[in-house]
Design a protein. Structure first.
Length: 169
């Protein structure tokens, strides 16, 4: 099954010059969802304690992977969304900064963590999430992405970590 067929390009969304990779056609197909989960699982080592999913599109397959891996799930959210105490990490965007947060008790020391998101673009988001996991004492075992935009060289920010991505552009 060609998963690319289920990814829709939306030009100039959310702003001019960006080609947005829309995964909603993939989510809408039972077969494509199942195949994506199977293919993602093939690349992931076992004995993962926590799957960390990045708001919001990292939640879809993040929770499915956690179930299959018999792991817990941890949501990474924008500021002001998580109700308990958080670790915060601020990172640079093209213009300005952004902040991500994680509950301080979401990950225990030395837990084995898989970080999942839909798209690896410049890598800033994923790098900030790794810092959150490491602040809590967790070990980042792997990054797992559905899509990697190779021309943005996101891998450069994630040096030293294993990375798997199913679809590369
Ligand atoms: P980055 O920090 O540049 O790697 O951006 C990654 C985050 O932005 C992920 O959470 C993606 O969901 C989102 N993102 C960045 N570029 C795109 C794109 N072209 N299509 C869809 N999502 C994107």
């Amino acid at each position: 099954m060609k998963l690319e067929k289920y990814i829709r390009d939306i030009k100039d969304f959310p702003k001019p010059g960006i080609v947005f990779k829309d995964i909603t056609p993939l989510l809408a197909s039972a077969e494509a969802m199942q195949e994506t989960t199977r293919q993602l699982l093939k690349t992931i080592p076992r004995n993962i304690d926590k799957v960390v999913g990045i708001e919001a599109r990292g939640f879809f397959f993040g929770t499915l992977l956690a179930e299959h891996l018999n792991a817990g799930f941890v949501p990474i959210r924008k500021p002001g969304k998580l109700p308990y105490q958080t670790y915060d990490e601020t990172y640079a965007l093209e213009y300005g900064t952004d902040t991500l947060t994680m509950h301080i008790d979401a990950i225990q020391k030395d837990e084995r963590v898989l970080i999942h998101d839909d798209v690896l673009a410049t890598g800033g988001t994923a790098q900030a999430v790794a810092k959150l996991v490491e602040k809590a004492g967790g070990n980042v075992v792997m990054f797992s992405f559905l899509i990697e935009l190779e021309f943005l060289n996101g891998k450069d920010k994630l040096k030293g970590y294993p990375i798997s991505s199913l679809i590369k552009y």
